[in-house]
Every structure is written in structure tokens, then in C-alpha cells.
Design a protein around this ligand. Structure first.
Ligand SMILES: *Cc1c(COP(=O)(O)O)cnc(C)c1O
Length: 375
């Protein structure tokens, strides 16, 4: 279980600043993966660093049974930026925990068992979230997982409509599949889920752990599809890389949520980081920037790469380039020859999730580098 990206030439990361990472020799890398989408406002954003530093001086931790300013502010900010009437906020420590809570809340609130998920979905690696995750490689060594999950083809609105019935507790779905290869399911698919879950009294869970926080061009991808889910989960960049996840839900879910808890729920330091991150996203209007620059990025990629690749997909600054040879070789060449760090999504997709603060010159550099690597 080595964790290195490139075993033959491990890059040791010593520092980060904005869109750049630096190794211990001072070599600069342009971070087009945002450390797994964990740095929407860039590495070590001064506002986040200050909020965290100030908080560490006052109080590292107190549990959630006491009101505490940083935690209260994080609750308020999340309720504020949450779409529609998702005013109830549960804080935890990762994406998988946010989804685990979502599934538990939906089962408790509906008194039902069945969960509908999608093929190629990724929702996390605890036994409940993993049960809604598709890839056999992630599942099989750990079975039996939590039961009651049914899978339908992602993007197939008719199959989805057919799978939702009066026994369904919830549908859990990514607005755009991330890990699964940057697959946009489309507005109609997403809206179909909303209509049919509402008809049958089931909860719609939007897993926005990768799509959220401005990445696809609005604060939440659900907003782009004009859908308000019953439960929305977020994590990854929420606290700029400090561990935090959140489950946002409507009153009917919160009222029936049952007994759930976590010692670290909304610790003061991560809450301070989250509030500063959210404020920066809102104040700097990073969702609009992601929409504009993402549109430019997609256009440039399509014009430049053309026949050299199988497909280019994405929305905003969540972009996948499906290549003709293995993605890992492309990623290695990008990193070692061009100083650009991106991510894989499966074997053939080069995934780009840059910090939302990137500028056009950085996008141009990435497009040129990809062109050189692929041609
Ligand atoms: C990363 C991710 C998760 C899991 O989050 P962790 O913090 O790794 O547990 C769940 N869903 C989606 C869509 C993700 O991208």
C-alpha cells in the first residue's frame, strides 16, 4: 500500500502557495488536482491560514455539546450557502462519513431500507458508503457490506424512474461522477430523480463532495440543474484540506434523523478553516470564475487536442480528458516534464480539478503541456 503517485520518482511536497506546490528542492509544480479538490481557494490561502492560526491560540478543541463561536459560524455559513431549504447541518470529518450520515438519516426519516445508487458511482469507503460505491476492486475484499442497495445505469432516466418505489429510502447520486471518469449525468437525469423521489416519499441525496463549493460554476451543481435535493453532502475542499465533511438536509430529514454523532463533529480549528474557505469562495465569487475559466479551458482543450483524445468532458473546473493510452503515463509526463500535477479517474481519464483561483495563463500552460504530451 505505497502512497506515492510515481514510484520511480516520488515527488516529496514540502510547501504550497496558491495554485503551486513545491518539493523540498524548491521545484515548482502547478497543481491541477488541487490535492484531490481539497484546495478550492488555493494552497495556504492567507485568510484560511490566519483563521486557523488564530483559532489554535484560543482553543484547539471542545466537543459539540457546548456552543463555540467557530463551530456556530461554520453552521451558519453552510446553511447560508446551502441551496434551497437545506438549513440543517451535520458536521463530520470526511466525505465518506457525510454520506454515511446521509444514508442513515434517510433510512431513519423514511423508515425504509432500499437505497438506489448508480453504476460507476463513488461515495466513499466505509461499509455503508462503500455499499453505494460501484467498483468491485473497492468492494469485494470487504464484503458483506451494508445491504439494500440497488444500482442503475448512471444517466439512464427511465431505469432510474423504474427503480424508485414506495420501499425506497433514498437515491444517492453525484451530479457529475468524479472518480467514475468525469461523467455528467445531465440535467434531465437529475431532475427525473427529484420528481420520482418526491412522488414516492423517498429522499434524494446529492453527493456534491467533488462537484460542490463552486467547482462546476455555481456553488452546487444541483443549482445548475435547478434541483433542491433533500440531503446534500460536501467535504474535500470544505476546510481547505483540514478534515471536514458536512451533511445538509431539509427539516423532514433532520426531524427524523435518529441518533447519530461523532466526537470530532465541527471541531473549532476545522470549523475556522471552513468558515474562512466559504467566505473566500463567496466574497471572491469563485463559482462565476470557475464557470468562465472552465468554459475557456474546455474550449481550448477541444480546439487543441481534437483527434488526439477520445473525449473531453466536464463542467466548470471539473474536467476529464479521456486519453487513448493509459492515464498514468500521461500524468507522469505532465508532472516530470512539465511540472503539472493532475489526477487519474479510472485507467484512461486524466482528471483536472484545479484550485478555483487559477488564472488563464495557468490554463494555457496546462493545455500546451497536454498537447505536447499527447501529440
Ligand atoms: C472523495 C469523494 C468521496 C469520499 O470522500 P472522503 O473524504 O475520501 O471519504 C465521496 N464522494 C465523492 C463524490 C467523492 O469525490
Amino acid at each position: 500500500m505505497t502512497g506515492f503517485v510515481f514510484n520511480e520518482k516520488p515527488i516529496d511536497i514540502a510547501a504550497g502557495d496558491g495554485v503551486f506546490l513545491y518539493d523540498s528542492d524548491g521545484t515548482e509544480y502547478l497543481d491541477f488536482g488541487a490535492a484531490y479538490a481539497c484546495t478550492p481557494v488555493g494552497h495556504c490561502h492567507p485568510r484560511v491560514v490566519k483563521a486557523v492560526t488564530d483559532q489554535t491560540r484560543d482553543l484547539l478543541f471542545v466537543q459539540a455539546s457546548y456552543p463555540q463561536t467557530a463551530r456556530t459560524t461554520a453552521y451558519e455559513m453552510l446553511a447560508d450557502v446551502g441551496t434551497g431549504d437545506l438549513d440543517n447541518v451535520w458536521l463530520c470529518n470526511s466525505g465518506t462519513e457525510a454520506n454515511e450520515a446521509a444514508i442513515k438519516f434517510a433510512r431513519s426519516a423514511t423508515g425504509r431500507e432500499k437505497i438506489v445508487a448508480t453504476r460507476n458511482a463513488f461515495h466513499g469507503r466505509t461499509l455503508g458508503a462503500l455499499a453505494a460505491t460501484w467498483k468491485p476492486k473497492y468492494r469485494e475484499p470487504f464484503e458483506p457490506l451494508a445491504g439494500g442497495v440497488e444500482f442503475v445505469d448512471y444517466g439512464d432516466a427511465a431505469a432510474m424512474a423504474g427503480a424508485i418505489d414506495d420501499d425506497t429510502a433514498a437515491v444517492i447520486v453525484e451530479p457529475i461522477q468524479g472518480e467514475g471518469g468525469i461523467n455528467p449525468g445531465g440535467r434531465e437525469f437529475f431532475q427525473t430523480i427529484r420528481v420520482h423521489t418526491a412522488q414516492h416519499g423517498a429522499a434524494m441525496i446529492a453527493d456534491e463532495i467533488q462537484t460542490g463549493l463552486g467547482r462546476t460554476g455555481s456553488m452546487w451543481a444541483s443549482e445548475r440543474y435547478e434541483v433542491v435535493p433533500d440531503i446534500l453532502t460536501t467535504a474535500k475542499g470544505l476546510a481547505s484540506g483540514l478534515p471536514m465533511g458536512a451533511t445538509l438536509c431539509r427539516d423532514w430529514i433532520a426531524d427524523g434523523a435518529g441518533n447519530h454523532g461523532s466526537t470530532f463533529s465541527g471541531g473549532p480549528v476545522v470549523s475556522a478553516a471552513a468558515a474562512a474557505t466559504l467566505r473566500t469562495i463567496v466574497d471572491d465569487d469563485l463559482p462565476t470564475h470557475a464557470a468562465d475559466l472552465g468554459g475557456y479551458f474546455l474550449e481550448e482543450l477541444r480546439q487543441t487536442l481534437g483527434e488526439a483524445v477520445r473525449a473531453i468532458r466536464g463542467e466548470g473546473l471539473m474536467i476529464g480528458v479521456e486519453v487513448k493510452r493509459g492515464a498514468n503515463r500521461v500524468l507522469r509526463d505532465l508532472a516530470l516534464d512539465h511540472g503539472i500535477l493532475a489526477l487519474p479517474a479510472g485507467r484512461t481519464v486524466v482528471r483536472m480539478l484545479p484550485p478555483l483561483v487559477i488564472e488563464q495563463q495557468h490554463v494555457d500552460r496546462a493545455v500546451t503541456a497536454l498537447n505536447e504530451v499527447l501529440n
